[in-house]
Design a protein around this ligand. Structure first.
Ligand code: GDP
Ligand code: MG
Length: 147
């Protein structure tokens, strides 16, 4: 069985997705994004709704600590509930990033009009959802967010 999976597509991976405070409070939007996840052949293995502290956001986005937008990003991410998701599937990391679209929602509407950020995001910061950018960051983020 494992052999068949390997031959048919990419490796089965896990990735971390997070619906951000701009969309997590709206159940219709949450359901819309979940339907897109399902439609892309990804499975939601785990789901948790919570509100992140400023400290948790600072740790999660530590790689951006020196950027000018960091304080604003931390304020935004801790401003309301988020929905944390563990996704699995073939090439899950790349598949979810592709489904997300470019970081800036305005750019996403130009370049990937059917992406999550194009459909549900607002701008460069309020862009609906997060996705791990690689297998290693997915491991880090999953262990950070699901204790
Ligand atoms: P991602 O991997 O596509 O989410 O993008 P990054 O890792 O570069 O940035 C992390 C998050 O910070 C983004 O998803 C946005 O919410 C926010 N962000 C990125 N760049 C900017 C920016 O130039 N200005 C603001 N205000 N927020 C940004
Ligand atoms: Mg990133």
């Amino acid at each position: 069985v494992a052999r068949v999976c390997v031959l048919r597509g990419g490796a089965t991976e896990r990735t971390f997705a997070m619906l951000k405070p701009d969309v997590a409070k709206d159940s219709a939007t949450v359901n819309g994004i979940k339907a897109m996840i399902d439609g892309a052949g990804l499975t939601i293995e785990r789901e948790e709704r919570c509100r992140l502290s400023r400290r948790q956001c600072e740790t999660f986005y530590a790689e951006h600590a020196e950027r000018s937008f960091f304080p604003d990003l931390v304020r935004f991410m801790s401003s309301g509930p988020v929905i944390k998701l563990e996704l699995s599937g073939s090439d899950a990391v790349k598949r979810w990033r592709t489904l997300l679209g470019p970081t800036n929602s305005a750019v996403a509407r130009e370049k990937a009009p059917k992406s999550v950020r194009a459909l549900f995001g607002t701008d460069q910061q309020r862009n609906a959802a997060h996705g791990s950018d690689g297998v290693e960051s997915a491991k880090r983020e999953l262990s950070l967010m699901f204790k």
